[in-house]
Design a protein around this ligand. Structure first.
Ligand code: FAD
Ligand code: NAI
Length: 467
């Protein structure tokens, strides 16, 4: 007899594992099928966690070399132990993936290792790493199979010299010259890691700006700061070929709109031009699910076009972020358990974990202009924030956008120290429908970076105090 569950989840990333744990807490019998040996998906294995471990470690190296002496802390002979740094990253991944395994046990989620395929409504066939197939029956299926790096036509990723983010997380030596293709989240975070460790970094971006979709003022300041850190940018440019020569890579590029080609030599090229949904060999056509032209599974309130089959996380629409997948995971578990579940897509923060950090939540000025919404802005620079000054970390600002009529906060965009933490205040304010005046009237501790958020809120009504 085939095993029978209330819910089978395919994929154990932030979408899959959170869904499994929440559904089990709500009393459902749950199995989670994952083809990797370890749990946690892209995020824990080759994404958020290892990249942030390297960002933190490389920042310490950079601080010791370039910043600490200014505060009177002299360190002689700072040196890099790359294998130890990679070891720190691998330990973090190991501990956190094991943490999910512990939570599965604690919540009685059945973990099945293997490739899952939907063979009929309510049936999932799992092929184990040894090639054995088991067939499972279930009332509901959640697809949480995530995404893979996009590739450039004619450019083969070998994860040694031409790498995706996965290879960039495990280089065995610091490249002399790293070419980054794509000035988005991955390009700028991984570019920062290797720049701090000593690589020359050139970023080639198709568009005429970095971090498309983010606030324009923030992006301009971000690019200025990264240039100061030694990044070189080639905007409005596309890579057309990478020749793998014995001692180097020869990269051919040309203006995005066409024109004369040029070449550039480097040791490692990182292709970071976005990610695409992962639906390979999942059996979707057999149950009547069609992906859209970009490969995403279309959903309405997490439901696919097939009864009792749902999709969440990177494999469906919306920002490809771990916390977006987690929100959807909890909501869909609640729905399947017969409760209410929803996600507020207007309040999904985004953070780039460079130094300074970049963080935003809600709508940008461009979006509001396009939608014909009248708005007011308050802006406050970290140069005028006491804590930022004390810390010697004053690059950046907080920008709050509020509705011109109601004063409701519509978007908050920041670049600066620890803004990845400060953005939570903005997200909570927006979730509660706060006005800029609500934030401005809330007492913030002194001296903290969060005072910059309050001052920006005061700025919406023209009453900044500390400038
Ligand atoms: P995934 O995490 O991709 O998990 C899907 C899982 O499904 C995978 O483990 C895969 O092996 C498994 N799977 C696929 N098909 C099958 C199948 N048929 N059978 C069994 N198993 C299957 N987001 C943030 O919010 N913050 C960050 O700081 C951040 N940093 C990132 C850094 C990098 C370098 C990268 C690449 C991504 C980063 N992201 C970050 C994005 C984040 O990792 C993803 O948005 C998130 O992992 C998506 O979760 P998911 O559950 O939808 O899919
Ligand atoms: P991205 O979408 O953030 O950036 C891709 C960049 O590549 C864009 O600027 C785009 O214009 C550019 N581009 C596209 N085609 C190009 C081409 N042919 N030549 C040159 N440039 C080109 O994608 P990225 O950086 O690959 O990351 C994928 C996703 O992973 C992100 O969108 C984000 O959702 C997630 N992520 C999140 C992180 C975080 O939350 N801190 C960190 C890393 C990844």
């Amino acid at each position: 007899m085939a095993d029978t569950y209330d819910l089978i989840i395919i994929g154990a990333g932030p979408g899959g594992y959170n869904c499994a744990i929440r559904a089990a807490q709500l009393g459902l019998s749950v199995a989670c099928v994952e083809s990797r040996d370890t749990l946690g998906g892209t995020c824990l294995n080759v994404g958020c966690i290892p990249s942030k471990a390297l960002l933190r470690a490389s920042e310490l190296y950079d601080d010791a070399q370039n910043r600490m002496a200014k505060m009177g802390v002299k360190v002689d002979k700072v040196s890099l132990d790359l294998p130890a740094m990679m070891g720190h990253k691998d330990d973090a991944v190991d501990q956190l993936t094991k943490g999910i395994a512990y939570l599965f046990k604690k919540n009685k989620v059945t973990h099945i290792v293997g490739h899952g395929r939907i063979t009929a409504p309510g049936t999932v066939a799992v092929v184990s790493p040894k090639g054995e197939t088991q067939t499972l029956q279930t009332k509901n299926i959640v697809i949480a199979t995530g995404s893979d790096p996009m590739t450039l036509p004619g450019v083969e990723i070998d994860e040694q010299r031409v790498v995706s983010s996965t290879g960039a997380l495990s280089l065995t030596s610091v490249p002399k010259h790293l070419l980054v293709i794509g000035a988005g989240y991955i390009g700028l975070e991984m570019g920062s890691v290797w720049r701090r460790l000593g690589a020359q970094v050139t970023v080639v971006e198709f568009l005429d700006r970095i971090t498309p979709g983010m606030d324009g003022d923030v992006a301009k300041q971000f690019q200025r700061v990264l240039k100061k850190q030694g990044f070189t940018f080639k905007l409005g440019t596309k890579v057309t070929a990478i020749d793998k020569l014995k001692s180097k890579l020869k990269v051919t590029m040309e203006p995005a709109q066409g024109g004369a080609a040029e070449t550039l030599d480097c040791d490692v090229a990182l292709v970071a031009i976005g990610r695409k949904p992962h639906t390979d060999n999942l059996g979707l056509p057999g149950v009547g699910i069609e992906t859209d032209k970009h490969g995403f599974i279309p959903t309405e309130n997490f439901k696919t076009s097939a009864d009792n089959i749902y999709a969440i996380g990177d494999v469906t629409h919306g920002p490809m972020l771990a916390h977006k997948a987690e929100e959807e995971a909890m909501a869909v578990a609640e729905l399947i358990a017969g409760r209410a579940g929803q996600v507020n897509y207007n309040v999904i923060p985004g953070v780039v974990y460079t130094h300074p950090e970049v963080a935003s939540v809600g709508r940008t000025e461009d979006e509001l202009k396009q939608a014909g919404v009248d708005y007011k802005i308050g802006k406050f620079p970290f140069t005028a924030n006491a804590r930022a000054k004390i810390n010697g970390d004053t690059d950046g600002f907080v920008k709050i956008i509020a509705d011109a009529q109601t004063d409701r906060v519509l978007g908050v965009h920041m670049i600066g120290p620890h803004v990845g933490e400060l953005i939570a205040e903005a997200a909570i304010a927006m979730e509660f429908g706060a006005s800029s005046e609500d934030i401005a009237r809330t007492c913030h501790a002194h001296p903290t970076l969060s005072e910059a958020v309050r001052q920006a809120a005061m700025g919406v009504s023209g009453r900044i105090m500390q400038m």
